[in-house]
Design a protein around this ligand. Structure first.
Ligand code: NAG
Ligand code: NAG
Ligand code: MG
Length: 289
């Protein structure tokens, strides 16, 4: 009996050690990351899909027999790197480690990114439902835009998922194009908040020169109303925390109560007044300090 179990285990370990088993489904061609057009199309498609039926294309959980060390085969332990990024232990980084490009790509395009976003939004919805809203029209929820309300995954899929250095010219072209899809989970939270009577505001690091494109894009992605949309004056320096916390302070001074604050960067959330509760959606593709 014991021998049979051992044999079975050995077979499973052998199977799971084979690289191919971790790459399944129609997106297996993503091995050829990063630039082909189908990756961009796949990125847009992935944001429309019901993740519960999405194929597994990267086994981010430890493979049997790997002792959780599977991703170290890439040289950098990419899952540890991602955890350090999300927990703000890692700061001021400029690009995704080259050896983690595939890992981040599969995290973003596989079901994992959407599942992680789902958990955050479920928490936010549960929290919002417990709020005893005063009904004075002054309760607001603050959303960041990039990688929170809107997803730039179609752009990043074509630019190494953050492994290529940021190119402001190219990215601005994409922003002005106003074709970014919504992150579906966040759009769902947005609708829920409106139905509960909470007002919604956007505070973004996008410059005021991009206001028209941003309004057009928010509308086409499904965000049809908001109390305020605050863009960063082009004259302001690059530091996000003083800008965003300063804008939140203005809201509080104007009598608003910030019941929730959601962003993909810690710099969206840090700095008083933070809001009654903050929510961080995942973003392993870039860092904004
Ligand atoms: C950004 O991309 C543009 C167009 O591809 C290119 O001309 C420019 O040199 C790039 N800038 C940097 C800093 O790499
Ligand atoms: C702009 O959007 C069109 C589709 O509307 C797309 O074909 C094109 O690649 C986009 N350009 C950029 C720079 O994102
Ligand atoms: Mg953002």
């Amino acid at each position: 009996m014991a021998t049979a179990k051992l044999l079975l285990l050995m077979v499973l370990v052998a199977a799971s050690s084979c690289d191919g088993s971790a790459w399944r489904g129609p997106l297996s061609r993503l091995r050829m990351l990063p630039t082909a057009q189908y990756v961009v199309e796949a990125a847009a498609e992935r944001l429309k899909e019901d993740v519960s039926s999405a194929p597994l294309i990267h086994a981010l959980h430890p493979l049997l027999g790997s002792a959780g060390d599977f991703s170290r085969r890439a040289g950098v332990p990419c899952d540890s790197w991602r955890l350090a990024v999300e927990t703000y232990n890692k700061r001021d980084w400029t690009t995704v480690p080259a050896s983690c490009e595939g890992y981040v790509g599969h995290y973003m395009l596989g079901g994992h990114y959407r599942r992680d976003s789902r958990v955050v939004v479920d928490e936010a919805v549960a929290y919002a439902e417990t709020l005893n809203l005063g009904g004075n029209g002054k309760e607001v929820w603050v959303f960041d835009i990039d990688e929170t309300s809107l997803s730039n995954l179609p752009y990043y899929a074509n630019h190494g998922f953050g492994a290529q250095p940021y190119n402001a010219t190219n990215f601005d072209e994409y922003v002005v194009n106003a074709t970014a899809p919504a992150l579906p989970e966040v759009l769902e939270l947005y609708e829920k908040l409106l139905s509960l009577g909470t007002k919604v505001m956007f505070i973004t690091g996008r410059h005021d020169t991009e206001k028209e494109a941003t309004i057009k894009n928010l509308r086409s992605a499904g965000y049809h109303t908001w109390e305020k949309l605050v863009l960063k004056p082009s004259s302001l320096g690059s530091s996000v925390v003083p800008y965003k916390s300063g804008e939140r302070q203005k809201l509080v001074d104007a009598g608003y109560r910030i019941v929730g604050n959601m962003g993909d960067q810690w710099s969206d959330l840090l700095g008083a007044p933070e809001g009654d509760r903050t929510f961080k959606v995942p973003d392993p593709m870039y860092y904004v300090g």
